[in-house]
Design a protein around this ligand. Structure first.
Ligand SMILES: [Zn+2]
Ligand SMILES: [Zn+2]
Length: 125
């Protein structure tokens, strides 16, 4: 008899080309809905249905973000002057510095130091 056409994990009816359903557990044959061709369920046995989901399939945005945040550690440096309002004196500019104090799986902490009154505060990312 004519074997079904295999394309990837799919089988197509050799007679009319219709996509055949996957065999049900209790049935030895898959029957073509179009022409009634009976394809033995064993035709599916050598087909491995592979899932493509893999942890590495997702581009790690966090990982890339961490790389860009890695800077030379300089405890003397107050950081970059940014427009951040001081909660103490409402001065519009503060020095910003990102530090990773906690484990790498958690976010980084940004320290702000007011450019005017030197008040310090932190924001967790
Ligand atoms: Zn058919
Ligand atoms: Zn201030």
């Amino acid at each position: 008899m004519t074997a079904a056409h295999k394309i990837g994990s799919l089988l197509f009816c050799p007679t009319c080309g219709t996509l055949l359903d996957l065999p049900k557990d209790s049935e030895p044959n898959v029957i073509c809905e179009q022409c009634g061709h009976e394809e033995p369920a064993t035709s599916y046995e050598n087909i491995k249905i592979t899932t493509r989901s893999h942890p590495d399939a997702f581009p790690s945005v966090l990982r890339q973000k961490r790389k860009t945040q890695t800077k030379t550690h300089d405890s003397e440096n107050l950081g970059d002057l940014v427009s951040e309002q001081c909660p103490n004196c409402s001065h519009p500019e503060a020095y910003s510095k990102a530090l990773q104090l906690r484990s790498a799986d958690e976010g980084s902490t940004v320290f702000y130091t007011c450019a005017s009154c030197k008040h310090g505060w932190r924001v967790n990312n």
